[in-house]
Design a protein around this ligand. Structure first.
Ligand code: KMH
Ligand code: ZN
Length: 273
């Protein structure tokens, strides 16, 4: 079995300091959280950025500032910017980080309710547009799927040339509007991706660590972080993203799975560098 790639989703667009005071907004806070996650064992940082007041932005300059600042402290880490941004942003607003020198980016493969009146919109034409951009820029997409139909959408668009193999999926499970986070949900998604594809699992809220354990056993990879969950255990806020990553490392060690370095993650994912 390959070593375990741990992605830290350190910031997100929706989670606030009101949920956990350690949620990063400023560049310095984002660097602090990326460093803590890297030191604990993360090889990928899934990056959203904010203005200093916490407002989510896809501003290219802000992304560059954050990426440069992270790379100055942890030069080898893989940065995986979001092209999802926040609910309600336009496609071109969302695509700004793809204008930078990045190895990977998220590619959201369908529309999903996000609670209340929020709808995270990704039409077929949006997915084609984003996929095409990533092919042109040599950026490997992480295929974000919030439901099983989104795997089918990704594979259909791959046949039409908008997404290139080898595929790397992120099963985002337990979103209010997407697939649940139980074992049968995991098995359904896991059994629906093609042979040779890699995947990571991002369990939302209380699903984070049970799904991490399943993925560790199954040979998949794991995403944790404040974007998905702010608790280390029931009622106990994590002090940092590093604490969440460290818990995955402990689970992996107990289950006999080694942790991938960024260089090993690049090899496993077929990244050029
Ligand atoms: N914040 C969500 C609306 C991604 O990063 O691509 C979208 C999201 C997915 O977080
Ligand atoms: Zn995200």
């Amino acid at each position: 079995m390959e070593k375990l790639i741990i992605t830290a989703a350190i910031c997100g667009a929706e989670v606030l300091k009101e949920h956990n005071p350690a949620v990063p907004y400023t560049v310095a806070e984002i660097v602090r959280e990326a460093k803590s996650a890297h030191e604990a064992g993360a090889s990928i940082i899934h990056l959203h950025v904010r203005w200093d007041d916490g407002t989510p932005t896809q501003d290219k300059g802000r992304f560059k500032e954050c990426i440069d600042a992270i790379k100055a402290v942890v030069p080898d880490i893989i940065i995986l910017p979001s092209t999802g941004g926040a609910v309600g942003m336009t496609n071109d607003e969302r695509l700004q980080p793809t204008e930078l020198d990045i190895e990977m980016a998220t590619l959201d493969c369908g529309t999903c309710n996000f609670g209340g009146d929020d709808v995270f919109t990704n039409t077929e034409n949006t997915i084609k547009y984003f996929g095409q951009r990533m092919i042109e820029r040599g950026i490997k997409p992480e295929l974000e799927v919030f439901d099983k139909s989104m795997i089918e959408m990704a594979l259909r668009l791959a046949k039409k040339g908008f997404i290139s193999p080898p595929f790397h999926f992120d099963f985002v499970m337990g979103v209010n509007g997407g697939i649940g986070g139980d074992i049968r949900d995991f098995a359904f998604l896991r059994g629906s991706i093609p042979e040779g594809a890699t995947y990571t699992v991002a369990g939302i809220g209380r699903y984070e660590f049970p799904l991490a354990a399943l993925s560790i056993i199954d040979g998949g990879h794991v995403r944790v972080g404040f974007e998905d969950n702010v608790y280390l255990s029931r009622g106990v806020l994590a002090k940092s993203n590093g604490e969440l990553v460290a818990k995955v490392v402990r689970l992996a060690r107990e289950l006999g799975r080694e942790i991938a370095t960024p260089a090993e993650a690049r090899r496993i994912l077929g990244l050029a560098k």
